[in-house]
Design a protein around this ligand. Structure first.
Ligand code: HPA
Length: 283
């Protein structure tokens, strides 16, 4: 018999609790090549995905596939290094499983990071963008299917899919650290192909500033659970048609390693500002 999703999440949450008594307040998902922030976490408890019930390993280069629990400047955090993409063939339920699990640990803020192509012509490779909103162009939604009341409402509001308070906190951090931080709309596409130049023109017309293949399902799943979301895109390349160069995963990885330094600097300043302590318990 198929195990209900809520039970799977509870089992994964319980297995984490058996490994560590840390009660994370902030969760972070680190995107492709953006794992370096994890080194800043103190008193680390590292749990490979393979040891978490109902989790998959990760297969894409640049995705380590582990969860790191620990603290940063006195704030307890849960960090996921490596994510599952819809283009890998996983059902949406598996794509958002890690998100639901860290939300289930009781975090109040989830920081989503990703590598993205710059659709806005002012953006340059290596720039950072705070996500103010998204376009779900993945052709699916993680909440499709039967309603699971424990996880959230049938028709959740997404008018602040990325919390305005978090956007402001990130902008203030960028000012304090002297980092250039754009703000804009992230378009989430299925992939795994990069876009055609015509698709990029279309995305710009639709109001997108950056494009990628992740983050949107995670933001939806976290909002559904009542967890506020902050999002940061690392612009790894000019989107298709904006440069004479062809797009390669290698270029994306190389630039994201460079951006990881800036992202880490921004997160170091922003995390204390992103803590939010209402009376809320995990699953
Ligand atoms: N398109 C889609 N996803 C991406 C890109 C891009 O140009 N760069 C990094 N991830």
């Amino acid at each position: 018999m198929q195990i209900p999703i809520y039970q799977k999440i509870k089992e994964a949450v319980q297995s984490i609790k058996n490994n560590s008594s840390i009660e994370p307040e902030v969760g972070i998902i680190l995107g492709s090549g953006l794992g370096s922030f994890a080194e800043k976490i103190e008193n680390q408890v590292v749990i490979p995905y393979t040891e978490i019930p109902h989790f998959h390993g990760t297969s894409i280069e640049g995705h380590a596939g582990k969860m790191i629990l620990g603290s940063f400047r006195g704030i307890s955090i849960a960090c996921l290094q490596g994510r599952f993409h819809f283009y890998e063939g996983y059902p949406m339920e598996d794509v958002v499983f890690p998100t639901r699990m860290i939300c289930g640990l009781g975090i109040q803020t989830l920081i989503l990071t990703n590598a993205a192509g710059g659709v806005n012509t002012r953006f340059r490779p290596g720039d950072l963008m705070v996500i103010e909103d998204h376009l779900n162009l993945m052709g699916d939604n993680p909440l499709r299917g039967s309603q699971v009341a424990h996880l959230g409402p049938r028709f959740p509001d997404l008018s602040e899919a990325y919390s305005k308070t978090c956007v402001e906190a990130l902008i203030n951090s960028a000012k304090e650290t002297g980092l250039l931080l754009h703000r804009g709309v992230y378009a989430g596409l299925l992939g795994p192909t990069y876009e055609t130049p015509a698709e990029i023109k279309m995305l710009r017309t639709l109001g997108a500033d950056a494009v990628g293949m992740s983050t949107v399902p995670e933001s939806i799943a976290a909002n559904h659970l009542g967890v506020r979301v902050a999002g940061i895109s690392c612009i790894t390349n000019l989107a298709a048609g904006l440069s004479t160069q062809k797009l390669t995963h290698q270029e994306v990885m190389e630039t994201s390693k460079m951006s990881a330094k800036k992202l880490t600097e921004l997160l170091e300043n922003a995390i204390p500002k992103l803590v939010h302590r209402p009376n809320k318990e995990g699953l």
